[in-house]
Write a protein that binds this ligand. Structure first.
Ligand SMILES: [Fe+2]
Ligand SMILES: [Fe+2]
Length: 134
């Protein structure tokens, strides 16, 4: 399975789209490692790099929304906090060594991310466009 940041998932905010592309790249990398049987490496990348990048991106996105005076900031931040919890809850599954459980965790992470980017993140893009900020 190869994940893709399709056009309908672009916010129009260059930096954020780049971050989202990085998230997709990380997930694809983990999928590939699993397919190649490199489970330990896949676990390490998920737990260390991907998780770190998710947190980094969410913070950066929150700063961006604040900087442009985005009115839905609070609600958006709550959604981020929920996702951080979801992804932390997946860690035992990921680290268990059960490849099927790991794949499910990846699918769930991507499902959440794609849904969030397509429905929630895109709205700050619309706002920024309306305000002539991008
Ligand atoms: Fe977001
Ligand atoms: Fe985002």
């Amino acid at each position: 399975m190869v994940l893709e940041l399709t056009e309908d998932l672009k916010t129009g905010v260059e930096e954020m789209d780049k971050d989202h592309q990085m998230l997709v790249d990380y997930l694809n990398e983990v999928y590939t490692l699993l397919k190649e049987g490199k489970k330990e490496q896949a676990i390490r990348i998920f737990k260390e790099e991907l998780l770190h990048y998710v947190n980094w991106h969410l913070t950066r996105e929150e700063k961006f929304m604040e900087a442009i005076g985005y009115p839905e900031f609070e609600r958006h931040k709550k959604a981020h906090d929920m996702f951080k919890k979801v992804i932390l809850d997946l860690l035992p599954k990921v680290g268990s060594g059960d490849v099927e459980a790991f794949r499910e965790s990846l699918a769930l992470s991507w499902g959440w991310l794609a849904g969030h980017i397509g429905k929630v993140d895109k709205k700050y893009g619309e706002y920024a466009r309306e305000k002539g900020l991008i």
